[in-house]
Design a protein around this ligand. Structure first.
Ligand code: NAP
Length: 491
């Protein structure tokens, strides 16, 4: 089963911030891999734009190095890079001034030659508004233009609304692609395929059969290189409000009538709006400490950000409730943190015990458990209860029905496109299904803001946890108080 690559319409793509970290690590390598996959037909142009004065040749050298370092094993060889670089040019331009805009206008082709025109805002969020205004005032945007906006989309409801208003004064909602790269991950899309493509799960997917759901996004990295931003954001704004919230929506939403952008996003929005406020004692914030092991050179969070009194959380865990017909009474436990023992994104759907055991007390208590691994080793494990072999009587044991997507699809399943490849090609195709709509983002902030305001007003200080651990002990208590335990972070 070889995945079919459908060439896209020729496009002009301008990457504002074309020399930045994101462009070099993600956007340009993703475009190169699509080029290698044969998805770019030959007439595409990619224009890097930033303030630094660079010739086309100098920029191509930067792009070649970015591709060499970051395109990974998926990169193709031979003349592919040279052909890719022919598509690349550069314009020195200031988002806040007049320099460079005429040159950019000169480089862009009319719609007849490049039917799709896209502007990728890979710059700090303070430049999103000015860029939108400049595109408008220089007449570079038309009704078919698409803009791609990176996170963070605001830092609270007020700023997100303001940003939505600014963008909306120049672009229709249908032209705005707010990226959450989690939605571009193959396994995240598989959540929808598993739920809505099988009869097996959906009938059980409600509070009658599901005891609780856990969503864990654990990282081993700290906040190196992002200290200034992170110190103002914290885990709640950086991860919970967007990535974990999106996973929660996909797990909890009602089946959309069809897989189209507004149908899917309408259902996600309903989930966010049905979230109850979180009780203060149902939130645990943590901050990592240096490891006790003196051979580990990584500093504590506070040491890294040079703020011995920092109260920014590098970890957050919470218990959420969705007040709707399907989920009333089923808690959702969400947690994310930096410098944890493992890098692991996993969703655990914990089913209820069978209502009655015919095997008596000696069989023990058993419940099915569906584990959806987003990374690493994407796949699904369903734990099933069977008889323990060779034992007298009827003792039961849980065994995994395990499916790794890589193994199940085999080498012919191909190397699936990474999140940025998928999402950028969706922008070219004009498909907004995997992008956040403005009202979704605002609803997520409307839920998040009071939680942050609450711990600020209480003067709450994050609990310390050791780097390389599973997080603060209070997060385990959050579960244990309910007679439950976290799954999926230990090796
Ligand atoms: P970065 O490395 O600091 O790059 C910023 C880029 O913007 C540079 O190319 C810079 O080049 C350009 N720039 C700055 N001021 C400009 C101006 N006035 N006019 C035109 N260009 C200007 O930032 P980044 O890490 O790539 O992040 C870019 C955006 O993506 C941010 O919103 C960030 O939050 C978001 N993001 C980043 C990552 C990541 O992994 N890096 C992940 C998710 C989201 P000059 O200095 O030459 O102008």
């Amino acid at each position: 089963m070889v995945s079919r690559v459908i060439p896209v319409d020729p496009f002009d793509l301008v990457i504002f911030g074309g020399t930045g970290d994101l462009a070099q690590r993600k956007i340009l390598p993703a475009l190169f891999r699509r080029h290698c996959a044969g998805q770019l037909t030959g007439a595409e142009r990619i224009i890097g734009a930033a303030r630094t004065d660079l010739s086309n040749a100098e920029y191509r050298t930067i792009v070649a190095e970015a591709v060499r370092v970051n395109a990974g094993a998926k990169a193709c060889s031979g003349g592919a890079l040279a052909a890719f670089l022919e598509r690349i040019s550069y314009v020195a331009l200031d988002a806040l001034g007049e320099a460079g805009w005429q040159e950019l206008s000169r480089q862009l082709r009319p719609a007849g030659e490049a039917p799709v025109r896209m502007f990728y805002f890979s710059v700090g969020p303070g430049l999103f508004g000015p860029l939108a205004e400049k595109l408008h005032s220089h007449g570079l945007a038309n009704a078919d233009t698409r803009i791609v906006v990176e996170k963070p989309f605001g830092r609270d409801l007020v700023s997100a609304r303001e940003l939505n208003r600014t963008l909306a004064s120049h672009f229709d909602e249908g032209q705005i692609y707010r990226i959450d790269h989690y939605l571009g991950k193959e396994t995240v899309q598989n959540l929808m395929a598993v739920r809505f493509g099988n009869m097996l799960f959906e009938p059980l997917w409600n509070s009658q059969y599901v005891d609780h759901i856990q969503i864990t996004v654990a990282e081993t990295v700290g906040v190196e290189g992002r200290e200034e931003y992170y110190e103002r954001a914290g885990a709640m704004r950086d991860m919970m409000q967007n990535h974990l919230m999106q996973l929660l929506c996909l797990i909890a939403m009602e089946p959309p009538a069809k897989f189209d952008p507004d149908a899917v996003r309408d259902e996600k929005l309903k989930v966010i709006r049905a979230l109850d406020p979180v009780e203060p004692h149902h939130i645990v914030r943590g901050q990592y400490q240096a490891r006790l092991d003196p051979s580990d050179p990584h500093p504590s969070y506070r040491g890294l950000v040079c703020n011995p009194r920092s109260s920014t959380e590098s970890y957050v865990a919470l218990k959420a409730h969705i007040s709707n017909w399907r989920w009333a009474g089923t808690p959702f436990y969400l947690r994310t943190g930096k410098r944890l023992v493992n890098r692991s994104s996993v969703i655990n759907v914990m089913f209820k015990d069978a209502p009655h055991s015919i095997f008596g007390a000696e069989a023990g208590r058993h419940a099915n458990h569906l584990k959806i691994r987003l990374q690493p080793n994407e796949g699904i494990t369903l734990s099933v209860t069977i008889k323990e072999p060779g034992q007298g009587g009827m003792r039961l044991v849980d065994v995994p029905l395990d499916m790794s997507f890589a193994e199940a699809l085999g080498p012919e399943g191909g190397d699936p496109p990474d999140a940025y490849e998928r999402l950028i090609m969706d922008v070219v195709r004009g498909n907004q299904t995997l992008f956040m709509r403005g009202d979704e983002v605002e609803a997520a902030w409307a839920w998040t803001d009071p939680l942050i305001a609450g711990w600020k007003s209480r003067g709450d200080v994050p609990k310390p946890y050791e780097s390389g651990s599973t997080g603060p002990g209070d997060a385990d208590l959050l579960m244990r108080r309910d007679g439950r335990e976290w799954r999926g972070i230990n090796p």
